[in-house]
Write a protein that binds this ligand. Structure first.
Ligand code: RIB
Ligand code: CA
Length: 313
């Protein structure tokens, strides 16, 4: 049975890969795409989501724009990684569709409340929309099937020594999301750093020789160059598809139970997902945390999803 998901994203190159994976793999059904400010402004993350939908021929999935700023702090974007448009590396045509008029928070609440136990929320950007949805309708916590998020880390950050970008941008939202009584899986940097796109991956994608694969190669080459300049690492980590892969094929992502709290006041550690694997009396685990990634299975899943037959034009 295909898993219905709402993908909450901030495209962003790896978000674009996550949209394509979710669309192209039969184990997942995209019920909605919601956008949030993060890698870039809300206007650009929403435009980029619509661009990817046009590229992939995704015409039956509503795209709803959400929150344009974090709950408390000023927005921090990532143009040094994702460029001035948030999705450089491909010559995008004008999107075929516009975002729906509904706010992302209302779409998340309405869809989850209307389908108890069916919807998996897959946030792959800052958690602002998810936190506001919880505040608007706390009962979504008992009606979602689960939450599988890309974000956080227990092995060190990427924006600071302690914090991963999605949690760093809106730590207060992350604290609300981690503190809610729902089944949550954190796919953090210890998983996603393993999903590094090397030349073999580029060659496999290039060999598909389709409009989608050519766009993906263009995007990934730009993303690769930015990462190399910023981090010295030549093979860029494709973070966000790891969360979709965890929903589609849970066996690809080994997990452990943990107790996770978000640091909100540390001079050096704000946005850190403090992850406690210790079993302590009276302190129940509140999350599953990804600890690894079966690489061959992940890349096969991702590349198969890009194959022309996977895209229903
Ligand atoms: O830290 C990686 C995360 O931050 C990814 O979701 C990437 O798209 C950025 O949003
Ligand atoms: Ca993202």
């Amino acid at each position: 049975m295909s898993r219905r998901i709402i993908l909450d994203c901030d495209p962003g190159h790896d978000d674009a890969m996550a949209i394509l994976l979710a669309h192209g793999t039969p184990e997942v059904t995209l019920s909605a795409i919601t956008t949030v400010a993060g890698n870039h402004t809300l206007e650009l993350t929403t435009l980029n989501a619509l661009r990817v939908c046009t590229l992939a021929g995704i015409s039956d999935v509503p795209v709803a724009a959400g929150c344009a700023a974090p709950l408390v702090r000023p927005l921090v974007t990532a143009p040094e990684i994702h460029g001035t448009t948030g999705l450089e590396g491909h010559a995008w045509e004008e999107p075929a569709a516009r975002a729906v008029p509904d706010h992302a928070v209302d779409m998340i609440v309405d869809m989850v409340m209307a389908s108890p136990g069916e919807i998996t929320l897959v946030p792959i950007g800052p958690l602002t929309n998810i936190a506001v949805a919880l505040r608007k309708e706390p009962r979504i916590a008992e009606r979602v099937r689960e939450v599988v998020m890309m974000g956080g880390s227990y092995t060190g950050g990427n924006v600071t020594a302690a914090a991963e970008f999605n949690v760093y941008v809106d730590p207060e939202a992350a604290a609300i999301v981690f503190g809610a009584p729902w089944p949550l899986t954190m796919i953090g940097l210890e998983v996603t750093r393993l999903a590094a796109a090397g030349e073999t991956i580029f060659e496999r994608i290039e060999s598909l020789d389709s409009p989608v694969s050519r766009a993906v190669v263009g995007m990934l080459r730009f993303y690769q160059a930015q990462h190399l300049r910023e981090t010295g690492v030549s093979d860029p980590p494709v973070h966000d598809p790891c969360a979709v892969a965890c929903v589609a094929r849970p066996e690809l992502v080994p997990c452990r139970e943990a107790y996770v709290e978000v640091e909100l006041a540390g001079r050096l550690t704000t946005g850190m997902t403090v992850t406690d694997f210790r079993r302590r009396a009276g302190v129940p685990f509140d999350a599953k945390v990804g600890t690894g990634l079966h690489l061959d299975g992940f890349w096969d899943l991702f590349i198969d999803s890009l194959a022309p037959q996977a895209h229903r034009f």
